[in-house]
Write a protein that binds this ligand. Structure first.
Ligand code: UDP
Length: 371
């Protein structure tokens, strides 16, 4: 049987890498990888680290590209790939435009569509942000659904998807993390070497990331004001913030935090250095989906700067706290966690609801049993 695994952005690449490796080890399948390169540079760093060489590269990233052009380019770009390779199964991940476009193109080709990280929902179609629509459309095009948790399984069942076609697997992001965290300590990686030199590890490190479009504007201004106050009020703290390259993020961050001594603004880190730093820090403050799944597996409490989340399991499990973009709330929760040893320790010991690192093995086994 033939597998085509398609992805386009950094988080998809990180989360699909363990599945690519698992399938490539399995002689029952001929497995090929196609990247749309919806993000170019950040995708390539992940491909290098996981030693994945794509068989097809649509190289679709263009300056100023909008969702109309990107969606069309993905669907038309995939036609020759699908007609050349004729896959039996097409694998897509999550909720990007690549995910949605590839699932539709794969459907046109007659392949069975397999959705990895299926069933996440915010139940909030916040136009023009495409994620909720992307994952919902993909969920209804897909034949097989790999749901990370019981909650995502239930979401799919409530939309009428039959239970035989859904498997709860855990999230493949934990497979990738476990493989990487042991590797990065001994890696001769220039970014890690640089971090070791630049950062003061006698200080208490808070790692910050933020990129979400719904936070652009006032959201980021509030976030930066909160970080400034945390820097001023928490003793012996060092805030490390790899700043996303989007100018709507860069401007408020450098304007408000550029001159703060104990706040280090650095370029976005490639995945190995990011994993290394996440393992070294004390607390994570983020609006990222992937980071809130990863950090609890390393025992790091996470404050999530969003008002809604498609990942309620973490909030229920207590591994993350939703703080929104309210300056006061971000500051008060951070100060409380950094000052309250008992609360911190309890939080860092909680079980991570996103899996045990064997999600990709479960997916391969499921597909193998179909044949
Ligand atoms: N990440 C990274 N470098 C960074 C920030 C994040 O490699 O500077 C990784 C992180 O480990 C996680 C993924 O990128 O696996 C999350 O991506 P992002 O926050 O861009 O997207 P989201 O998860 O919100 O879709």
């Amino acid at each position: 049987k033939k597998n085509l695994i398609i992805f386009g952005t950094r988080p998809e690449a990180i989360k699909m890498a363990p599945l690519v490796k698992e399938f490539l080890k399995n002689p029952t399948f001929e497995t090929k990888v196609c990247v749309t390169a919806q993000h170019r540079e950040m995708l390539d760093q992940v491909l290098d680290f996981f030693e994945i060489v794509p068989d097809y590269d649509l190289n679709l990233m263009k300056p100023g590209q909008n969702l109309y052009g990107l969606t069309a380019a993905i669907i038309t770009g995939l036609q020759p790939v699908l007609e050349d390779f004729k896959p039996d199964y097409v694998y897509v991940h999550g909720d990007t435009t690549t995910t949605m476009g590839s699932s539709i193109a794969g459907f046109y080709s007659g392949a069975k569509i397999c959705h990895v990280e299926a069933g996440l929902r915010t139940f909030n179609k916040q136009s023009p942000f495409p994620e909720e629509i992307n994952r919902t459309i993909t969920g209804h095009v897909a034949d097989y659904h790999f749901a990370p948790t019981q909650t995502s399984f239930d979401n799919l069942r409530n939309e009428g998807i039959s239970k035989e076609n859904i498997l709860i697997t855990g999230n493949t992001v934990i497979d990738a993390l476990f493989e990487s965290v042991s590797k990065v300590d001994n890696l001769e990686d220039p970014e890690i070497i640089h971090l070791k030199r630049e950062l003061d590890f006698t200080k208490r490190i808070i790692l910050v990331t933020g990129h979400r479009r719904e936070n652009h504007g006032q959201g980021f201004i509030n976030i930066c004001n909160a970080l400034k106050e945390i820097g001023e009020r928490v003793d012996n703290v060092q805030i490390i913030y790899p700043v996303h390259l989007n100018p709507k993020v860069q401007k408020p961050v450098y304007d408000i935090l550029g001159k703060q001594d104990n706040i280090k603004l650095i370029a976005p880190l490639a995945y190995p250095a990011f994993v290394w730093l996440m393992n070294k820090c004390e607390l994570v403050i983020t609006d990222s989906g992937g980071v809130q799944e990863e950090a609890p597996s390393l025992g790091k409490p996470v404050l999530v700067m969003r008002d809604t989340t498609e990942r309620p399991e973490a909030v229920d499990a207590g591994t993350v706290i939703l703080v929104g973009t309210d300056t006061k709330k971000i500051v008060s929760e951070t100060i409380d966690l950094m000052g309250n040893t008992e609360r911190y320790k309890n939080m860092s010991r909680l079980h991570n609801p996103y899996g045990d690192g064997k999600a990709s093995k479960r997916i391969v086994e499921f597909i193998q049993n179909l044949n």
